[in-house]
Design a protein around this ligand. Structure first.
Ligand SMILES: [Zn+2]
Length: 420
């Protein structure tokens, strides 16, 4: 079996960790920022050094391609993103780019024959940390293949108008126009020129580490729903209104949230995850009884039947009165489980087995560009362990051996795809 090079991998991780170094072990590298451009420059330098051809598309997604031995065949692409969240780590996203580069570098160094062109790709603005939303450019590039209710959230004109969360005025479109890496729409990832996509990513959870597995063979991105729950009360003075007469919307919402946890936990599904991460309280004044509380619930599970059971619990709050406050439930959005291409998943599994790497199948609870790409062309993902399950924070860590093992799996899976 052919494997990637640990030293070369380590050099890339160390080098790219400097771009946006926040000074305490992690990075802040917003998409299209000067730091992100440093990372792109380094990618160009290294990819040109192995003879790869560099292209960019109209969303500044970048493609470095090694030609194959047969003319006219479709490309195989690997890639992820180099942007991070604020005070993020050195692995989320960028590792998928570095391993893609490592695969190309190994192919070049070892003179590995391949029929198809093979591409290492950078997706622009996956995190959406500065210019929301997340997965912006895969949402644009794959737009016509996405389910309509998702597609309409990623209309290119609206994305270009997305305002910076920092200054609230400058837009993504302006940043794109300033970028030297804004290219041509004809270079976009597309199903006529590309046959398959791989994305390697850190797991962002503790499952592989707890199971002492080196590789996660990803089979799907979990289906989910996101609802808003509201309770309506009556604002009154905090000092003069007797407790038994109050319509306290926050107290009602708190009881509703406890009810949700108790009822959902009764389903006895340890793999089910659900979160209330956002709460709006009106008027949010310490001397006033709240008259409106609006909170989110995000629920994720592979099986639609399980999601349906949770949804019926959530919906049971609609029209329900708690503490003299009326409840209301409204859908924000939903998505079905996205299954990755079975043949590519099989290639990842076989490669991990043949390399003697411990592995297990796993699903992704987080969204990734590969999820949108999978609506357009055969796609799959490879996970490597995250120390203590940490991600989107500075302690993010995966050993260089684990990173290289992931690259080796991707290399062999790509070569199996090439032989098809
Ligand atoms: Zn990521």
């Amino acid at each position: 079996m052919i494997t990637c090079d640990t030293k070369r991998m380590e050099d890339k991780i160390v080098t790219f960790s400097k771009f946006g170094d926040a000074g305490h072990g992690g990075i802040t590298r917003y998409s299209l920022s000067p730091e992100a451009h440093q990372a792109r420059d380094e990618y160009v330098k290294r990819m040109k050094a192995i003879g790869a051809n560099i292209e960019t598309d109209d969303m500044a997604n970048m493609y470095a391609t090694l030609e194959g031995s047969e003319k006219g065949l479709k490309r195989i692409v690997m890639g992820s993103h180099v942007d991070s969240v604020k005070n993020g780590g050195n692995y989320d996203g960028v590792l998928g780019v570095l391993t893609a580069m490592e695969v190309l570098e190994t192919i070049e160094a070892e003179k590995i024959p391949h029929r198809h062109p093979i591409t290492a790709m950078i997706w622009t603005n996956e995190e959406g940390s500065l210019y929301p939303p997340a997965m912006m450019s895969s949402g644009v590039i794959c737009n016509q293949y996405l389910p309509p209710e998702i597609a309409k959230k990623f209309i290119k004109e609206n994305m270009l108008a997305s305002k910076s969360v920092l200054d609230k005025t400058s837009t993504f479109g302006e940043a794109l126009d300033k970028s030297l890496y804004k290219g041509d729409q004809k270079n976009r990832l597309n199903p006529d020129d590309y046959m398959a996509m791989f994305e390697l990513h850190i797991e962002q959870g503790p499952i592989l580490e707890d199971a002492k597995k080196e590789i996660g063979v990803v089979t799907c991105v979990l289906g989910m729903f996101n609802y808003r729950i509201r309770f309506y009360g009556q604002s009154d003075h905090a000092g003069t209104t007797p407790m038994h007469k109050r319509q306290d919307a926050l107290f009602a919402a708190a009881k509703a949230l406890c009810y949700l946890h108790e009822e959902i936990d009764k389903l006895g599904r340890p793999e089910l995850v659900y979160t209330t991460g956002e709460i709006l309280c009106h008027p949010n004044v310490h001397t006033v009884i709240p008259d409106l509380v609006d909170f989110s619930i995000d629920v994720r599970h592979e099986d639609p039947a399980v999601r349906a059971k949770v949804l019926s619990i959530v919906k049971s709050l609609d029209g329900k009165t708690i503490e003299r406050c009326k409840g209301e439930v409204e859908m924000a959005w939903t998505r079905d489980t996205v299954y990755f291409d079975k043949e590519l998943v099989g290639f990842v599994q076989e490669s991990a087995d043949e390399l003697g790497l411990s592995n297990q199948t796993i699903n992704s609870g987080a969204g990734h560009d590969a999820q949108f790409a999978s609506y357009m062309l055969p796609t799959t993902m490879i996970f490597v362990p995250s120390k203590d399950g940490h991600s989107h924070c500075e302690p993010e860590f995966t050993t260089v051996e684990q990173c290289t093992a992931g690259a080796s799996v991707m290399l062999n899976a790509v070569l199996k795809t090439d032989k098809k």
